[in-house]
Every structure is written in structure tokens, then in C-alpha cells.
Design a protein around this ligand. Sequence first.
Ligand SMILES: O=C(O)CCC(=O)C(=O)O
Length: 239
Amino acid sequence: MDLKAAAEKLERDGYAIIEDFLTQEEVEALKDRMRQIVADVDPKEHNTVFSTTNQTRNDYFMNSGDKIAFFFEEKALDSEGNLTVDKQVSVNKIGHVMPHQDSTFLSTNPPKLIGVWIPLEDALKDNGCLWFYPGSHKEGTHNNRFMIRNPDTSPDQDAIIFTNSALEYDDAKFVPAEMKAGSLALIHGDVVHRSSANTSDRSRHAYTFHLFESQGVEYSKKNWLQPTDKGTFTHLFAQ
Ligand SMILES: O=C(O)CCC(=O)C(=O)O
């Protein structure tokens, strides 16, 4: 798909896939780098499990904006933070991701968020590819549901909360986006998307990041993720 067609598809459906964005060598370089980063991590220093169903979050999660943070699979660590599985498969990547709009996690005014998702291995239906609800980005924020820092900071309260419950979606509205390793998905901040559990015996590593315009755009101070005292988020272009 050329860039003009991708821009049109992004505008129409809320997502677009660009094939062969990375070369095989670039994919291998990213996988090698990730293997090295995981090999070097001490699980005891990053004793945080990422649950795709239970939203228990702590300071480690909230302050992850200026560093590489590691979130382990549920059951990958025992109660003392020791690994119970091979380190290379302990970092979260297998669980499913519930239907969501990225802009409700990283809200900006006006809405300017875009997600970039690059599978480093073929992402197919059986190993948890993305699924999109085409056109849903034109419907604004569903159910006014945002993930925010809890204004009630009492010790017995969760640090991060959702402002409303999640909507249930008819599965028939979602279309699968099977992708080859090294292709790239552009994800409009308001498009509803999800991924399924990886039921295959293969992994499905992916590299993902989210971008928003900084000029003339306000990043919500309510968002769960805030720049730390080390400064702002990384800029893509020099200021
Ligand atoms: O990697 C996944 O399974 C889901 C990723 C996703 O939904 C996102 O990056 O917004």
C-alpha cells in the first residue's frame, strides 16, 4: 500500500497496514536488541506483573514514562520475585488485549494520538494478531471511559482508575489484521481494536509506540502516564 492509500484508509477505517516497512535485517536487529534487554533485566528490580484483565497498577507503572519498564506475565514471578519460567518468555506478550481506544489511555485535546504497531514475527489469528472495528474512530470516546490517575490519593484507593465501565462489543464488528513481520499498522487514537490470546506454540513479538502532536495540543493532566521530573516525553523532531 502506498502512503496516499494508507492515509485514505486511516481516515476511512481508522487503521492502515503498510507492508514491508522494515527489512528482514532490521527486524532481526530489533529482535536481537530486545533479547539483550530482556537478558540483562533483573526481575527483582522490576517486580511488576502486567495483567490484561485485572487493572492493578503501582508507582512503577505510573513512573514508566522516562525509562524502559518491564511487565511480567501473570505467574511468571513467585511471591518473592523469583522467575518461575524462562526469562525470555517471562515478559508480557501472550495475553489478549480487551477492545479499547488508545486515546482513552493517552488523551489529548484536540485528539491527535496515533499508534504504531510493528510485528517482529508474523502476527496471525492463531498467535494474537490485532483486530479492528473499522470506522469506530468517527464515534468519539465510547462511554466517556478514560484511564486516569485517581484524584483520591488515599492509601486504600487504587492509584489508577477508569472513569467508566468498558463497553461490550459485538465480535462480528471486528476484522482481523493479519500482518507479516516487519509490516506496520497505523492506528488512529479513537479506533476500537483488540488482540486475542496467543493459542499457538509460536511467539508474537511486536514493537509498538504512540505519538501525539505537541504543537497546539494539550496532553491531559489527568492521564495515568505523566512526564516524570526528568522532563517531557521524547520528541520525534528537534524542538
Ligand atoms: O499488542 C497487542 O496485543 C495489542 C496492542 C495494542 O492494542 C496497542 O498497542 O494499542
